[in-house]
Design a protein around this ligand. Structure first.
Ligand code: FPP
Length: 236
């Protein structure tokens, strides 16, 4: 048992899983699960802000999720549009919003709204929310490698200057602390290509609740589980 309880996590990351199963259980289309999931995301954002969590990252759409039926992809993108339209509210509440992932294949209107929301909230000092959209950990690492290789080729940096500190500045989460706590609801025990570099020393909490049923109480439970862990970062 750890001697002392850990401080509150500085960065919480969540894999919002179980929307489809939640809908199926109720005889509803999967898209209804995503709709409820998006509402829960709003509630959890507000709760994080209330309890003073500085960074929250959520996995909304992975580089692999394009394989889903077109109708489901379209529904998730429409939820994203609604969220982006609503983002002014968060902006006024001092939330800083980033979208992490490869934005290039997104629809133009979504790209424009993302740019507006990121710029509009750039001076905010409260909760930072990263929405992972068309995000893949391997893709993020590969993009960083390609950019660094290009800079070496162009003689802007030397190969022997490439180290962990420099590498991190090429990631989407540049300048942010690594997640202390990664929560995956829905009973699955996988990382699914999420924050592969950043999760090196994260604590994982898996929960049986489906994301649309996730409440601030579940977040409290996960935080408490985290605070009772013994983090050694490779030491003893
Ligand atoms: C995983 O559950 C969930 C997703 C792939 C989509 C998550 C999207 C949202 C919560 C809505 C949009 C988000 C924002 C930020 C507005 P699943 O569909 O894999 O569930 P299953 O494993 O039960 O099938």
């Amino acid at each position: 048992m750890p001697q002392q309880i850990l401080p509150m996590p500085e960065h919480i990351a969540i894999i919002m899983d179980g929307n489809g199963r939640w809908a199926k259980k109720r005889g509803l289309p999967r898209t209804m699960g995503h709709k409820k999931g998006a509402q829960v995301f709003g509630d959890i954002t507000r709760y994080c802000q209330k309890i003073g969590v500085p960074y929250l990252t959520v996995y909304a759409f992975s580089t692999e999720n394009w394989k889903r039926p077109q109708e489901e992809v379209d529904a998730i993108m429409d939820l994203m549009r609604e969220y982006l339209k609503d983002a002014r509210r968060y902006e006024q509440e001092n939330v800083r919003t980033f979208f992490i992932g490869d934005k290039s294949p997104l629809a133009d209107d979504i790209k424009d709204m993302i740019q507006r929301v990121e710029e509009g909230s750039s001076q905010n000092t409260g909760l930072t929310v990263n929405v992972a959209l068309n995000y893949g950990g391997r893709n993020e690492i590969m993009t960083a490698v390609q950019r660094i290789a290009k800079e070496v080729e162009d003689n802007k940096i030397k190969a022997n200057q490439v180290n962990e500190q420099l590498f991190e500045t090429y990631l989407y989460t540049s300048g942010q602390p690594d997640p202390d706590l990664i929560i995956r609801p829905s009973g699955e025990h996988r990382i699914s290509n999420f924050l592969l570099w950043q999760c090196a020393y994260s604590e994982f909490v898996y929960m049986d609740v489906l994301w649309p049923d996730f409440t601030p109480k579940h977040l409290d439970e996960a935080i408490l589980a985290y605070r009772n862990r013994d983090r050694r970062f490779g030491g003893i």
